[in-house]
Write a protein that binds this ligand. Structure first.
Ligand code: GDP
Length: 522
């Protein structure tokens, strides 16, 4: 770890002058004593000692062990484990019927549910299957958005993926992308061949096409279950649910319901009028009750009340049960790990520690960047010096270049920030183009970030294509017509161009483009 002179002075509460004097006695040259000169750990510790401070040299892991709260070790007593409902995400190409299927399942749960009434969107909902009377938990955000949101925080909540493919459209780009996610993360898949009510439905062709992408259904060389459904008419939706239950049984999904501090994940969160900070939590271990004290991310809460998707109060949330949790001091974030702690005092000290840790990590990151730049600059000037010297020998440009590579290596790859994925936005009115640029910029994480090269009002033009091609960007059109010739040229030149009229679809697509750049885990 490193720290700048100015920052060290600041941390120690001494003047820069005093500090630089102390550094001088340690043998530092005057020209090294700029405000932003970076000291390594040992030097900083020596200087700090002079002023009566000790720098703690614990690793973050050690500090975490001491001051943070960790999940309990995995349960080894199998007798303590009870079956829990599977948690299911629905994925597939846009317009293949993900939302329709989720709506059907949600409505069927209202009719059959013990609570009756209207469901509210809380990010997940529970369904009791008609025949086997087993529960399934569905994540309510279709597509890859939910995935990426969870992935951002390294959370893994999904047990089973229902891959939806429209029988009249078969395998499409986002289908392939979803398949890749499933394959790389060894997800358990059930196929929903949707729109089988349509006269032009060709479910067999879909199953055949899927074999090209390594998805082998029963009778097509494999054992992945495929159900021919219609999200619109409800055809075979009960069968789909039963297939999920059957797969869950094979997977033997179990958890401790008691005798362990509660663990779970935040699915989504919001500030509700009159109710304060509310977060939907999927419990993975233990039982969450009123009065439970929990920490999540950089906040904590004593559970004031728990509500299900029917807006009804429940007494306890057991593993895989989606529940709204009231009583947070601040709003936790989707993907945050929820852990129960014994006392409020422990919760507070854990949060204090986490806030301090992230502040220090941020600082270290900044210092690290400064230091990297410094080293690069130094290398660059060394290289220039050396090359100037070599020029004197009258080498040819080719030999000079060879020599350069020999001495300094090929152009270094210093990009170790997030992967930048470029976009160009074209929209109907300037208000919407700005709003889109805003929403796009909010997607992304430490590994992958969107970069809006520019946003403009109007249809995409040849010049947009040129710029997209040179930057490797996708063109995102919102409520504007793509001229036929432009569309054709884009196709020929392999420039991705997308049209949207619904912002939600746009966000979903951008998210899915970004997530395709990630190494998937579920
Ligand atoms: P998503 O983008 O995957 O969420 O797809 P949607 O659920 O929004 O569905 C896209 C369109 O297909 C809508 O117009 C639906 O009404 C229609 N649709 C979805 N499922 C079916 C189905 O099973 N049969 C028929 N005929 N249409 C469907």
């Amino acid at each position: 770890s490193f720290i700048s002179v100015a920052n060290l002075a600041n941390q120690l509460g001494v003047r820069y002058n005093q500090l630089s004097k102390s550094l001088a006695t340690l043998g530092f040259d005057d020209d090294q004593l700029g405000h932003d000169y970076i000291l390594d750990h040992e030097t900083a510790a020596l200087v700090a000692e002079e002023f009566g401070f000790t720098i703690i040299n614990d690793s973050i892991e050690k500090m975490d062990e001491k001051y943070d709260v960790q999940p309990a070790p995995p349960c080894e007593d199998l007798a303590k484990l009870k079956p829990r409902p599977p948690i299911v995400t629905i994925m597939g190409h846009v317009d293949h019927g993900k939302t329709t299927i989720l709506d059907f399942l949600r409505k069927s749960s209202i009719v059959k549910g013990e609570f009756g009434g209207i469901t509210q969107h809380i990010g997940a909902f529970s369904v009791t299957t008609p025949v086997s009377k087993k529960n399934i938990t569905f994540l309510d955000t279709p597509g890859h958005a939910a995935f990426l949101k969870m992935r951002e925080r390294g959370a893994s909540v999904t047990d089973i993926v229902i891959l939806v493919i429209a029988a009249d459209d078969s395998v499409k780009p986002q289908t392939i992308e979803a398949i890749k996610h499933c394959q790389k993360s060894n997800a358990n898949v059930v196929l929903a061949i949707n729109k089988c009510d349509k006269p032009d439905a060709k479910p067999d062709k879909v199953l055949q096409d899927l074999t090209q992408h390594g998805i082998f259904a029963e009778n097509y060389g494999g054992d992945i279950q495929a159900v021919r459904v219609s999200g619109l008419s409800g055809l075979n939706m009960d069968k789909l649910e039963e297939e999920v239950v059957a797969l869950a049984e094979v997977l033997d999904l179990k958890a401790e319901f008691n005798g362990v501090p509660v663990e779970g994940h935040v699915i989504e969160s919001q500030v509700k009028k009159g109710a304060g900070n509310v977060a939907t939590v999927l419990v993975t271990r233990g039982s969450l009750k009123n009065g439970s004290i929990v920490v999540a991310g950089q906040t904590w809460g004593r559970v004031k009340s728990l509500k299900n998707e029917f807006n009804k109060t429940v007494k306890v949330a057991t593993p895989s049960m989606p529940v709204e949790v009231y009583g947070w001091k601040q709003l936790p974030e989707a993907g945050d790990l929820v852990i129960e702690v014994p006392t409020e005092a422990k919760a507070k000290s854990v949060i204090d520690y986490r806030i301090e840790r992230s502040r220090i990590q941020q600082q270290l990151k900044e210092l690290d960047n400064i230091n990297k730049q410094r080293i690069l600059q130094k290398q660059e000037s060394e290289r220039e010096e050396k090359m100037k010297e070599l020029l004197k020998f009258g080498l040819s440009p080719e030999d000079l270049r060879k020599k350069e590579i020999e001495l300094f290596g090929d152009k270094e790859d210093v990009s170790d920030g997030p992967i930048q994925v470029p976009f160009i936005v074209k929209a109907d009115v300037s208000g919407s183009s700005e709003a889109i640029q805003e929403s796009i910029s909010q997607i992304g994480n430490e590994e992958v970030m969107p970069e809006v090269l520019y946003e403009e009002v109007g249809s995409p033009t040849d010049s947009d294509l040129d710029r997209a091609e040179s930057a490797g960007a996708s063109v995102i059109c919102f409520n504007v017509k793509v001229p036929k010739d432009v569309a054709l040229k884009a196709q020929n030149r392999n420039i991705p161009i997308y049209e949207f009229t619904v912002i939600y679809h746009l966000i979903e697509e951008v998210t899915s483009i970004l997530s395709s750049k990630l190494k998937p885990i579920i």
